[in-house]
Design a protein around this ligand. Structure first.
Ligand code: KIV
Ligand code: ZN
Length: 518
């Protein structure tokens, strides 16, 4: 017997999340995140948009092959070419799903210039085609919440008749509100013939900050699949945050009596990994996974917490996988201790990887006496599998009052070392000018963000740098006790990622339009 109150968690971090400008992940990073999602108990992983690029296709295929439990879903527009390509990638999964969509609101219908009837025919043909390939088919009327009610009912019915097994109702532009969200699903289930044979899903964007509330309201209205992303990553204001809907159902089970298969103690680790690989830091006051979500600053709160944690805590930090910050290691700690501590933090390393991390750990321990969990996490966030063409070899900056700010730098570019000295408005500016002088490029700096990993003046700085070139965006990250070194490494990391994107053949998400249904 199926549990009427079990809500399926559909994670789209690797598809809708990765679509946010600058959040591009490498192949290895996507595989890692998919592995963590599967281990955490996500029911369905939307692994990518296979037609979008060769890289997306390969990632969806590899995730399909590696995944043990979760259903693997790929996205396809409403045309046979997209759907066939999607199937080629997901067919390797134990449990594959094709997700096909088309924009059904008046505004979206105008883009492929289809009449209502022509679009209805297209939906019938493409969903039938997908169903002939795969028995698990999801269909989405994009911009459903702004689609005329009669037309929405008509196309949902067509998709069900053509064989869709899940009907997703996207609030593509984050326009709906909780009462409307619940009502829409409730009315669709009541009106559309065949609605009781499919699962209804909710897919909300957070433009008005209501994505979590709208998703939970849709469940109240009868949806049994929530589409969401880790940290709420996603275009514009993002998607519904997985950690928020999961914990809301858990903590307020008395009034939101639904369950999921998620092991919530894994939330913190996956949140950190997604932040690291996407380059999108989690805001400090973000619900559930923000740095301050369990921090109690004021005297009254601290006093209450010491007497009884429940005075100000509605969930325990352990419930989301947050352990107390410990002084963990120092320069005398050995390799075995490092391996065991990293494993506790969710990083299980092979021997080679451990060797590399150990060298960096020792270098950090020489600079910083006390090494905390956060320092180790930051250490893990540095370095990626991107085959770096550019590497920092040496850097010396001169700065201070009444002094010319300058940077002397050597970079290894494609194996050859080049050096320069450049000036700037400050040490970071001078150092970035040096990178530009040694490796000429037209990329524009979109974001430069520095934050301290722990307390104290010897804290490591984590730096995020986002670069844009010709519509392509890449974010780099680094951490170091020296803020200028971290800044330059982050800049070079972003540049290396941009070069990988530049070299990728075929179109990528920047070129493949979601609106192009044809
Ligand atoms: O927001 C949206 O409409 C989407 C669809 C592709 C499902 O992401
Ligand atoms: Zn979306």
């Amino acid at each position: 017997m199926t549990d009427k109150n079990r809500v399926v968690i559909f994670d789209t971090t690797l598809r809708d999340g990765e679509q946010s400008p600058g959040a591009t992940m490498s192949h290895a990073e996507k595989l890692e995140i998919a592995g963590l999602l599967d281990e955490m108990g996500v029911d369905i992983i939307e692994a990518g948009f296979p037609i979008a690029s060769e890289g997306d296709f390969e990632a969806v295929k590899a995730i399909s092959k590696q995944t043990k439990e979760a259903v693997i879903c790929g996205l396809a527009r409403a045309n046979f070419k997209d759907i066939d390509r999607c199937w080629e990638a997901v067919k390797h999964a134990k449990k594959p799903r094709i997700h096909t969509f088309i924009g059904t609101s008046e505004l979206h219908r105008a883009i492929p210039n289809l009449t209502m009837d022509e679009m209805a025919d297209r939906i019938h043909e493409t969903v039938s085609h997908a169903r002939n390939l795969c028995e698990n088919v999801q269909w989405s009327p994009m911009d459903a919440t702004r689609t005329e009610w009669d037309y929405l009912c008509r196309v949902v019915e067509i998709a069900i008749k053509a064989g869709a097994t899940t009907i997703n109702i996207p609030d593509t532009v984050g326009y709906t509100a909780p009462n409307e969200s619940a009502d829409l699903i409730r009315r669709l289930i009541a009106h559309v013939p065949g609605a009781d044979e499919v699962v209804f899903a909710t897919h909300c964007h957070n433009d008005l900050g209501m994505a979590t509330a709208n998703s939970l309201a849709a469940v109240e209205g009868g949806a049994r699949q929530i589409e969401c992303t880790i940290n709420g990553l996603g275009e514009r204001a993002g998607n519904t945050a997985l950690e928020e809907v999961v914990m809301a159902m858990k903590v307020r089970h008395d009034i939101i009596p639904f369950t999921t298969g998620i092991d919530s103690t894994k939330l913190m680790n996956i949140s950190r990994r997604v932040a690291a690989v996407s380059g999108f830091a989690v805001q400090f006051n973000k619900a559930i996974v923000g740095k301050n979500a369990f921090a109690h600053e004021s005297g009254i709160h601290q006093d209450g917490m010491l007497k009884n944690a429940e005075t100000f805590e509605i969930m325990r930090p352990e419930d989301v996988g947050l352990s107390e910050t410990n002084l963990v290691m120092g320069k005398h700690s050995g390799r075995a201790a490092l391996r065991s501590k990293l494993s506790e933090l969710g990083f299980d390393l092979g021997d080679n990887q451990l060797k590399d991390v150990f060298v960096r750990f020792k270098a950090l321990a020489d600079q910083k006496k006390e090494i905390y969990d956060e320092d180790l996490i930051a250490l893990m966030q540095v370095g990626s599998d991107v085959e770096d063409r550019i590497k920092l070899v040496a850097l010396q900056v001169s700065c201070g009052m009444d002094l010319e700010k300058s940077a002397e730098m050597s970079l290894s570019i494609d194996g050859q070392t080049h050096s320069t000295r450049q000036t700037g408005d400050g040490p970071v500016d001078a150092a970035f000018n040096a990178v530009k002088a040694l490796f000429e490029h037209s990329a524009r700096l979109q974001l430069y963000q520095v934050s301290a990993v722990t307390e104290g003046t010897d804290a490591q700085a984590t730096v995020s740098v986002r670069l844009e070139e010709g519509g392509k965006i890449a974010t780099g990250q680094s951490a170091d006790v020296d803020t200028v070194v971290a800044s330059v490494r982050a800049y070079i990391d972003a540049l290396n990622r941009l070069l990988v994107r530049r070299e990728k053949s075929g179109g990528d998400l920047a070129e493949v339009s979601y609106k192009d249904a044809g």
